[in-house]
Design a protein around this ligand. Structure first.
Ligand SMILES: C[S@@+](CC[C@H](N)C(=O)[O-])C[C@H]1O[C@@H](n2cnc3c(N)ncnc32)[C@H](O)[C@@H]1O
Length: 261
């Protein structure tokens, strides 16, 4: 599908989303405060941005990462070559693990990509042991929390409809609470995570924008001159500090729950 969002380049992903992922991941772990030494499955691990945080902050016994994109996984394998981390290709809706394999399962910025989120959640519940935890966080896309909301908004004004993943509704905070409860999880709690990223200047921000999946091709479809106008409006909107730096904020919804004993 030409307009499907795919992350195939772990390096480009790093600037576009990996750094945002780290910010949100740190805020998420501050909130979650998980025990040390657990066995984790990181569903939709991508290039390992969140997996690395788990390893660094949670002294994991092991973490298994799974993602459909070989390009992303190759980056993750290299990044975590010396960690107790294993990566394989696969889909959230059919996890290749036996029942009760892990202590905890996480989806970091993934649930909106899963075509049937309820199946993905049921799979996380299946592969953790009784008493284990299932958690996730995802940009509040429909609530304007996506880090590149301003860009999407300006592109929309030029007739380019935002290219959203297939299950954006699933990332709403009420939807997360409901899905976790429907999956039979208990002690379900949700929260909002607000993070900020500072770019050295507008061009650094713009360069990161262009690394997003399908953003550069879509910009090239705009009439000549339109991109300059769009950049000017973004500059105005994002208001650089005196030293030229640009600070953007984003908001993710997070959820956690426990599988009954
Ligand atoms: C925004 S990235 C998040 C990557 C990583 N978790 C992070 O925090 O940086 C979304 C990831 O979801 C993966 N993905 C898309 N569809 C998926 C599916 N059906 N099952 C598992 N992962 C999927 C993509 O390949 C991509 O790596």
């Amino acid at each position: 599908m030409a307009d499907e969002i795919r992350f195939d380049d772990g390096d480009a992903y790093e600037d576009f989303m990996g750094r945002w992922s780290l910010l949100a991941g740190n805020a998420f772990l501050d909130w979650l405060s998980p025990a040390q030494g657990l066995r984790w499955v990181d569903v939709g691990c991508g290039n390992g941005a969140f997996t690395e945080l788990l390893v660094r902050r949670c002294a994991v016994e092991e973490v298994q990462g799974i993602d459909p994109s070989e390009g992303q996984i190759a980056f993750a394998r290299e990044r975590l070559a010396r960690a107790p981390a294993t990566f394989r290709q696969g889909d959230a809706m059919a996890l290749p693990y036996a029942d009760g394999t892990f202590d905890a399962a996480v989806m970091a910025l993934v649930i909106f990509f899963v075509p049937q989120p309820a199946r993905g959640i049921a799979e996380m519940v299946r592969v953790i042991r009784p008493g284990g935890g299932v958690c996730a966080y995802a940009w509040d896309i429909l609530g304007g929390g996506f880090p590149y909301f301003a860009l999407q908004d300006e592109m929309q004004k030029l007739g380019q409809q935002p290219l959203w993943p297939p299950s954006v509704e699933a990332a709403r905070i009420d939807a997360l609470r409901q899905s976790w409860t429907d999956a039979g999880l208990i002690d379900v709690v949700t929260t909002e995570l607000v993070v900020e990223r500072t770019y050295a200047d507008f061009e650094a921000f713009w360069s990161a924008c262009r690394k997003g999946p399908r953003i550069a091709p879509r910009l090239s479809e705009l009439p000549s001159g339109a991109v300059d106008g769009l950049k000017a409006r973004l500059r105005e909107r994002l208001k650089a500090a005196a030293d030229g730096r640009i600070t953007c904020s984003a908001r993710a919804n997070a959820v956690r729950g426990r599988k009954p004993d």
